[in-house]
Design a protein around this ligand. Structure first.
Ligand code: GLN
Length: 531
């Protein structure tokens, strides 16, 4: 097993995750199988209870684990399926060690960070690597070198470095090279962060420098000299227009060759699919333009909807058009009339997932507007539930119909899922991850998926109340997807509308750069036709 460990210095948000995902992609394109692991030094067991304001979206894996959005980048860049074991948090590690301590498994020893916590970390990394059957394991250590929280993890990989073979372990450090007003590239922050790393016994093999414009040669030489790496292992990672260009940028800097030679790997295949995809992506920016309104609550923080943005991009690349996003704050739409100015320049409306009552009437207004003005509509999870509420109120005439999540209502058309075990335990009560969806024949859903049985990822507590299925499903309203029993509704679509399609599941989580999600692709095609 070969290991590549990615650490970060100077500050967070430099794109360690994208760097690691890009390295994974480059190695995959050379014929290697990869397994990525994300280490999050926070105490939370997983990201399920975390506020998207602080961390960006909660990404949902196939097995239902709720994780940091970096795992989404890994899945999209490397086209792999990840799950619980690929995200190691401080909480997970301590939980396991404390449980073992309580069972007396440490036989009276004093349980300490070194060796017990570090051993647990090493064992977990090695177990995931071994069980995956992959050839290369990539480990990203979240946070910034110097944080108290990440110390045990850095110590664990320091030990592993000594225990694994000389040519089986490699460190990549991601730092920032700021650009001053005098157009000078400053190396001091990088020097300091590498110094901090070396004080912990870690010497980077490769330094990836985030910068505005390509690093000057002498700047590379200086960093190499002060930080004890070869000049060619100082990699310039200047801002790219799109994250999918980063693998190509790193490739031009020769990062793959350096990794291959240090880890004694040889190239077995050459795969250009990524490069071709990026070429199409760039070309699609020149294509016809459509504007999509996204009506949400965290509209000001676009990272809360990262996977949706990516899925739109995958679809736009495949369709060959340029998509502009117009972020609308749902609360601003809570007016009965006069929505035209919000939507007059848009060719599509999307209501994403969400929780809680704030802004909900604005979302319902947007959906009504889309339905009545025949603007293509895509609803995802909460955007599906609110579409059902809108239809119940205005098509099925169920006065004051609503979701039981949001208010008292005579018609709870959206109601709590049947009781499951552990209902009162926050973060453990949702229907999560991959579930089979059965698609009815002769529907739009069947046309866009091209099959009658699909798997998509879920994250919800509420669902269509089966007691209302018959009352709502008429006048062109079709529940075209459900679980095997037909009682748990998964898709609603409208006949006689250019495109009105909403899903209880989150198709955005399975969309990949070269495999756009079918509902997104159909939505973008419909928007293009509407323009
Ligand atoms: N709040 C809704 C529910 O719990 C929708 C969740 C979501 O959009 N992810 O069912």
């Amino acid at each position: 097993m070969k290991y590549i460990v990615v650490t970060g210095g100077v500050m967070s948000g430099l794109g360690k995750g994208i760097t690691m995902a890009s390295i994974g992609r480059l190695l995959k394109d050379r014929g290697y199988t990869i397994v990525p692991i994300k280490i999050d030094p926070y105490i939370n067991i997983d990201a399920g209870t975390m506020n998207p304001y602080q961390h960006g979206e909660v990404y949902v894996c196939g097995d239902g684990t709720e994780v940091d959005l970096d795992l989404g980048h890994y899945e999209r860049f490397m086209d792999v399926e990840l799950g619980r074991e690929h995200n190691i948090t401080t909480g997970v590690v301590y939980d396991a060690v404390i449980e073992r301590e309580r069972k007396g498994e440490y036989l009276g020893q004093t349980v300490q960070i070194i060796p017990h916590i570090t051993n647990e970390i090493k064992a977990r990394i090695r177990a995931v690597a071994a069980e995956s059957g992959a050839e290369i394991c990539l480990v990203e250590i979240g946070g910034t070198v110097g944080d108290i929280e990440s110390m045990p993890f850095l110590e664990a990989v320091r030990q592993m470095h000594g225990e694994e073979g000389e040519n089986d372990f490699l460190f990549v450090h991601v730092t920032l090279v700021p650009y001053t007003a005098l157009c000078e590239q400053k190396t001091k922050p990088t020097q300091h962060s590498v110094k901090a790393l070396r004080e912990l016994g870690l010497q980077p093999d490769i330094i990836v420098c985030r910068c505005k414009v390509p690093l000057k040669d002498e700047v590379k030489a200086k960093i190499g000299m002060f930080c004890n790496v070869r000049k060619n292992a100082v990699i310039s990672a200047q801002d790219a227009e799109d994250i999918y260009e980063v693998p190509l940028l790193l490739e031009r800097e020769g990062i793959a060759e350096i990794i291959m030679s240090k880890l004694q790997l040889t190239q077995s295949v050459e795969d250009n699919l990524w490069e071709e995809m990026v070429a199409r992506l760039i070309e699609s920016r020149q294509g016809p333009c459509v504007t999509i309104a996204i009506v949400g609550k965290y509209a000001e923080l676009e990272d809360s909807y990262l996977s949706i943005k990516e899925a739109i991009k995958h679809a736009a690349t495949a369709v060959g058009c340029n998509v502009m996003l117009k972020w609308l704050e749902a609360e601003d739409l809570e007016i009965a009339r006069g929505l035209d100015p919000f939507f007059e320049d848009v060719q599509g409306i999307l209501v994403p997932g969400g929780f809680g009552a704030r802004g909900v009437e604005g979302k319902i207004n947007a959906i009504q507007y889309a339905r009545e003005h025949k603007i293509p509509y895509l609803g995802l999870c909460f955007g599906f539930q609110m579409a059902v509420v809108e239809i119940a109120r205005h098509v099925a005439h169920l006065k004051d119909a609503h979701s039981a999540e949001l208010s008292e209502t005579p018609h709870p058309v959206i109601a709590l899922l049947e009781e499951q075990e552990g209902v009162d335990e926050l973060g453990g009560t949702m229907r999560l991850g991959n579930q089979q969806v059965f698609i009815r024949k002769g529907t739009i859903a069947e046309r866009i998926y091209g099959k009658n049985k699909i798997v998509e990822r879920h994250r919800h507590r509420y669902e269509v109340n089966p007691a209302y299925i018959e009352q709502i499903e008429k006048d062109g309203v079709v529940f075209s997807g459900s679980d095997r029993s037909g009682m748990r509704i998964e898709i609603v679509e409208l006949e006689g509308h250019p495109f009105f399609f909403a899903t209880q599941f989150h198709p955005e989580f399975r969309s990949r750069p070269n495999k756009p999600s079918p509902p997104f692709k159909a939505f973008i095609e419909a928007c293009l036709q509407a323009s």
